[in-house]
Design a protein around this ligand. Structure first.
Ligand SMILES: [Fe+2]
Ligand SMILES: [Fe+2]
Length: 177
């Protein structure tokens, strides 16, 4: 699967988990499971997307403002996710935060699948989009397995198409953080 299909698949998973979460009553214990599942889906997705997809796009000469904007939205969404996790464990008043989280995430996904994908489609060949799709899956699996990647630079060098790998390797993994 190419990078576009892989990302869309994850987006659908996270969107349906959040929708399911919002159908629960505020005191439904199942929320703990769903909130943790959302976190274990979303965070590795975001790290892998930044490392192999956004950073490849950053090496382009085209206007990559939308990519930098997307990095920022990841931070904002993860801030809301942490608020949601904290409210769930403490005050229990988690639904308003969940609703805001859903809105921000849907906005981010919509923008990503249109503006970011169209920038990528102009830059990447079909083969490169496949290769980056595989790189994304491997990076995400590695991240899920270890909680953090020990040698991000080597992974990027080995996984990305050669014409991007060296340039991407020199970038901060996330310029915003
Ligand atoms: Fe995404
Ligand atoms: Fe994203």
């Amino acid at each position: 699967m190419d990078i576009y299909q892989n990302l869309k698949k994850d987006h659908e998973t996270v969107k349906s988990l959040i929708n399911e979460l919002l159908t629960l009553n505020e005191n439904d214990e199942y929320r703990h499971t769903l909130i943790e599942r959302i976190a274990t889906e979303l965070v590795p997705h975001a790290r892998a997307e930044e490392a192999v997809f956004y950073n490849t796009l950053r090496t382009s000469d085209a206007d990559t403002g939308i990519v930098m904007h997307s990095f920022k939205e990841h931070m904002e969404a993860e801030g809301l996710l942490r608020t949601l996790q904290a409210k769930d464990k403490t005050v229990g008043d988690w639904k308003k935060t969940a609703q805001k989280f859903k809105e921000e995430l849907e906005h981010h996904i919509q923008e990503e699948e249109t503006k970011v994908f169209s920038l990528a489609r102009n830059l990447l060949t079909t083969e490169e989009a496949d290769q980056i799709g595989n790189a994304f899956l491997k990076f995400k699996a590695e991240y899920q397995g270890q909680g953090a990647i020990k040698n991000t630079a080597d992974m990027i060098l080995n996984l990305l198409p050669a014409r991007f790998a060296n340039k991407v390797n020199k970038l901060d993994v996330n310029p915003i953080r």
